[in-house]
Design a protein around this ligand. Structure first.
Ligand code: APR
Length: 235
């Protein structure tokens, strides 16, 4: 492997599958009979806030029943031990990366454990149900929405992500189908700038042709193996 100093890692629903969280586009499809447009767009929230709150409240509650798996743990170890630049960009709204100990982490699609106030625009931690309409801790208005980036909305931290991609020597995509942009385009940005690109997934993703290397299998096996390789090749 070429000399690597700066790493960007993109993760998707597949990295949390072995923890027991359903993916979006798998056969166990997350949406429970709801079309994506029924729950994951700003228009859906305006049309039926009750449905949208119930949906995300159930998913927030589910976090208490699941644990980080070997893939999350391996990335947390890489984060702790890697001397060069490293950024883990997750599309996931669960909290399993941070519970495993990852620090250099960014939730580009928001977080279940966060609420976004439609009154004052502040983000704040949420533990219980948004369906109970708790007041915003900043402005006291009862106008919190799930702090989730819905279809048609712009993901968080795009500038920081693009900067990291430009500097990356290695881009790794883990457990994502490559169906949703802009994340699906990160591999091309990184490759264009000269980074080596590797995907770890159960099956080839939609952007598979852009990767220098595709390793197919469960994240719980592939991620610890890659982390071992990276740490062994360091010195
Ligand atoms: N290990 C590795 N990969 C896995 C595993 C596993 N154990 N289980 C499933 N996968 C793979 C699937 O083969 C699939 O390619 O993970 C991928 C999950 O793809 P999606 O369900 O489409 O999830 P994701 O790519 O994260 O979705 C992107 O879509 O709805 C939006 O905002 C939502 O962030 C989400 C975005």
């Amino acid at each position: 492997m070429m000399r690597i100093r700066n790493i960007v890692i993109l993760t998707g629903a597949g990295i949390s599958a072995e923890s027991g969280l359903a993916t979006f586009r798998g056969s166990d499809g997350l949406w429970e009979g709801h079309r994506v447009e029924d729950v994951a767009t700003p228009g859906a929230f305006v049309a039926d806030p009750h449905l949208v709150h119930s949906f995300y409240d159930a998913r927030r509650a589910q976090l208490a029943e699941v644990e980080p798996n070997k893939a999350h743990e391996a990335l947390a170890r890489l984060d702790a031990e890697w001397d060069g630049e490293l950024l883990i960009v997750t599309q996931n709204v669960d909290d399993l990366h941070e519970r495993a100990g990852a620090k250099r982490l960014l939730h580009m699609h928001g977080e279940l454990k966060s609420g976004l106030c439609l009154g004052c625009g502040e983000r704040s931690p949420v533990e219980g149900a948004l369906l109970d309409y708790p007041p915003c801790p900043h402005c006291e208005q009862k106008m919190l929405r799930p702090d989730i980036v819905w279809f048609g909305e712009i993901p968080y931290e795009m500038e920081r992500i693009e900067t990291a991609l430009m500097r990356a020597d290695l881009f790794v995509s883990i457990g994502t189908s490559g169906a949703v942009y802009p994340a699906a385009g990160f591999v091309q940005s990184a490759k264009y700038r000269g980074a080596r690109t590797i995907e770890l997934n159960l099956e080839p993703s939609q952007g598979s042709i852009f990767f220098d290397e595709s390793r197919m299998g469960p994240a719980g096996e592939l991620v610890p193996a890659l982390v071992e390789e990276l740490l062994a090749d360091r010195a």
